[in-house]
Ligand binder design. Structure first.
Ligand SMILES: [Zn+2]
Ligand SMILES: [Zn+2]
Length: 256
């Protein structure tokens, strides 16, 4: 079995300092590859270092909406330079976070638009972070029309209605370990209607450890297996078959 963790913060403390061991654990359970996600210029630099060092790590570079009030114009320009690396396979994570509002909403929107333009120019998929901002996120994506490459909604946590809207637009939905949580019934219902050729899975580690490992403080890509098992169960199909389909989708989205 070969699963791909489509969203992991491998450059974060607790993961980067233990990466060889973590990747060994991944191989043991059938998580073959990871996509490391950048959130600012420093992290993006580290992502590039990781993809150069590790065969089975790919990368995405982006500026997280949390950093919309503090980033420098050259940070955006650098995204296009990073994107020239063959193993940088997406722009992300980028988007809107109106839950924490660590940055002003207007600044988040400006950064989001600039980042999407970079994805369009570089012809790379965009990995979208959208929290408490579903409608505005979709509006901004609509403004781009056909100019955008593939769009992945990371950590999708919505309901059927939101899933339908995204599917209709041709977007991809990525599910985290949240789907294993007891109170996530609406999300499990949404997963039912997302076809496997439009679905990805991710850990978003070090956050969001899945059940039954929810107490594990630092989530790792190896725990992706619990999310895979849960969705295979929801889809009423054997895990191996689910893994094969979902990995095919992930490889096609990121051309890896
Ligand atoms: Zn995110
Ligand atoms: Zn993330």
């Amino acid at each position: 079995m070969k699963l791909i963790d489509s969203h992991s913060h491998l450059t974060y403390e607790g993961l980067i300092d233990n990466l060889d061991e973590i990747l060994k654990q991944c191989a043991d359970v059938g998580v073959s590859d990871c996509i490391a996600i950048g959130t600012d210029s420093d992290e993006n630099n580290k992502v590039v270092e990781l993809v150069e060092k590790y065969e089975h790590i790919y990368g995405a570079v982006g500026i997280h909406p949390h950093n919309a009030s503090t980033y420098k114009p050259e940070d955006i320009e650098r995204l296009a330079d990073f994107a020239k690396y063959k193993k940088i396979v997406a722009i992300g994570e980028i988007g809107l976070d109106f839950y924490y509002n660590f940055s002003h909403q207007a600044e988040q929107e400006q950064l989001f638009v600039k980042s999407l333009q970079t994805a369009a120019d570089c012809k790379l998929p965009a990995i979208i972070h959208s929290r408490n901002a579903f409608e505005r996120t979709v509006e901004i994506l609509n403004d781009f029309g056909d100019a955008l490459p593939k769009i992945v909604f990371h950590c999708f946590s919505g309901d059927n209605k939101q899933a339908e809207i995204l599917l209709e637009k041709g977007f991809y939905l990525s599910f985290t370990g949240v789907i294993t949580f007891k109170n996530a019934e609406a999300l499990r219902q949404a997963a039912k209607i997302v076809p496997l050729n439009r679905m990805l899975i991710e850990t978003d580690c070090p956050y969001l450890s899945p059940e039954p490992m929810r107490k594990q403080k630092i989530n790792t890509p190896a725990l992706l297996i619990y999310t895979a098992k849960k969705i295979a169960e929801i889809k009423n199909m054997p895990l191996e078959e689910f893994a094969e389909e979902i990995t095919k989708t992930t490889r096609s989205v990121f051309s890896i």
